[in-house]
Each structure stands twice: as structure tokens, then as C-alpha cells.
Design a protein around this ligand. Structure first.
Ligand SMILES: C[S@@+](CC[C@H](N)C(=O)[O-])C[C@H]1O[C@@H](n2cnc3c(N)ncnc32)[C@H](O)[C@@H]1O
Length: 230
């Protein structure tokens, strides 16, 4: 094992201990089938930031509209993933992968670049009695993975990330992988490439009381520009 792998293993183990001790397990708004560790006023996430210079935004400790709407969709329409291999890209808390597993996916891999998300996903899958394999890696830099369906919950919140994810998804589509996206219509959502499958009103980050319309989309191949007629 390399030093980097050792370092990541130790960080994931410490993150697991912190999350178990400090983030209460709570029901998820709009998804009563799933409970997750979620940051609360007493969680003291600032302590992680103080201890760990690499500590980033704790996306994994919160609910996001994109993940909520996609999880709701998978639970309502299990046929979308039942019996298929699913990759949850940018898993965060793992909510989408957990919903896919509950819907009967044959295998669920949950990828994230944040070791804290990997720890949270493992714990959250376990408390929901589901098997999800969390992997710490940036798949967007590589070849299309061995999967049938890629689920993308709320990854279009920054221009550079949206561009990176879209560039990764195109060759995946070309390999015949289906792509489902959940998103509350954020600024960098590639709307021209999407077909709306369903819409639900779900809470977004920072609120549990108000909801906003959020969509589940199929990501589709870019239409070639029409050839001029002769
Ligand atoms: C807004 S959160 C959404 C989390 C979850 N999908 C949901 O909807 O609740 C975005 C997540 O994407 C992860 N992420 C960002 N860039 C990534 C990349 N290149 N590959 C994998 N995950 C990434 C972040 O670490 C974060 O956990």
C-alpha cells in the first residue's frame, strides 16, 4: 500500500468515528425510506476543519435537492435500476446509491473525491441495511466505468465541474451506459442535453421546510447539427 493510500485509509477511519459520534441519524425530507447522518447545530464540523488542512466543504453532511429528487425517483420507479449495475457519481452522503440499492440494483458503486464522503456513504449504507461500495477516486479523468447506469445527483453547481462531468458522460453514453441526473435546475445544468423524466418539489441545501421544483433527467447524446439541404 502506498503512503497516499495509507493516509486516505486513516482519514476515512477517523472520519467514520467522527460522523458516528457527532452527526445524528435523521429521517430524510421527502424520502421516509432512508435515514442519514446529517450535520446539526451540535456536530462541530469546524473541529474537522481545524484538525485537517485538506478538509473541504462538507457536502456529505447535508441534503441536496439533486440527490433528494433522484433518490425519490429511483424509489418510485425501481424499474429504472432494478437488476442493473449502478454508479453513483459524486455520492456525498450516498443517498442516491442507497436508493438505487433499495430499488434492487444488482451492484452499487458510490464514487467521490472526498474521503469524508466515502466514510459517510459507508455508514449511511449500513444504517439503511444496504450494500454500497464506496470508492475514493475521480472517475471523471478516466475511461467509462464498467456499469450500466450512472446516477448523478447535484453535480452542476460550478461551471468547471459541470464541464468536467459532461465531458466524462459523453463517452459513457457512447458505450451504451444510461445516465440519470437529479438537479434543482442549477445554473450550470446542461439543459440542452436533457430530457425531463419527472419533477418533484424537494427541499434543497440549508432548508427542511421549503421546497423547490427539482428534475430527474435522462442525459442524451448531442444532436449533430442539421446538414444544409442541397
Ligand atoms: C453537492 S454534493 C452532491 C452529493 C450527492 N450526490 C447528493 O446529491 O446528495 C457534490 C458531491 O460531488 C463530489 N465531487 C465533486 N467533484 C467530484 C468528482 N470529480 N468526482 C467525484 N465526486 C466529485 C463532492 O465531493 C460532493 O460530495
Amino acid at each position: 500500500m502506498t503512503n497516499k493510500q495509507d493516509h486516505n485509509h486513516a482519514k476515512i477511519a477517523a472520519a467514520r468515528d467522527f460522523i458516528s459520534a457527532n452527526l445524528p441519524i435523521v429521517p430524510v425530507p421527502s424520502i421516509p425510506e432512508i435515514r442519514l447522518h446529517k450535520a446539526g447545530p451540535q456536530s462541530g464540523l469546524w473541529r474537522l476543519a481545524e484538525q485537517d488542512q485538506e478538509f473541504g466543504s462538507p457536502y456529505w453532511a447535508h441534503h441536496w435537492g439533486g440527490g433528494l429528487v433522484l433518490a425519490r425517483y429511483l424509489l418510485d420507479r425501481p424499474d429504472a435500476v432494478a437488476g442493473r449495475r449502478v454508479l453513483d457519481l459524486g455520492a456525498g452522503s450516498g443517498i442516491v446509491g442507497i436508493a438505487a440499492a433499495k430499488a434492487g440494483a444488482a451492484e452499487v458503486i458510490a464514487a467521490d473525491v472526498d474521503p469524508y464522503a466515502i466514510a459517510a456513504t459507508g455508514l449511511n449504507a449500513a444504517i439503511n441495511g444496504m450494500t454500497v461500495l464506496p470508492v475514493l477516486t475521480d472517475l471523471t479523468t478516466g475511461e467509462p466505468p464498467a456499469t450500466d447506469i450512472i446516477c448523478v445527483g447535484d453535480l452542476f453547481y460550478e461551471a468547471a465541474l459541470a464541464e468536467r462531468v459532461t465531458s466524462f458522460l459523453d463517452p459513457c453514453l457512447a458505450r451504451g451506459i444510461k445516465v440519470l441526473i437529479g438537479d434543482p435546475w442549477r445554473a450550470y445544468l446542461p439543459q440542452s442535453r436533457l430530457r425531463l423524466l419527472a419533477e418533484y418539489a424537494v427541499p434543497d441545501f440549508g432548508t427542511t421546510t421549503s421546497s423547490r421544483p427539482s428534475g430527474v433527467f435522462a442525459f442524451e447524446t448531442q444532436n449533430a447539427p442539421a446538414k444544409p439541404r442541397r
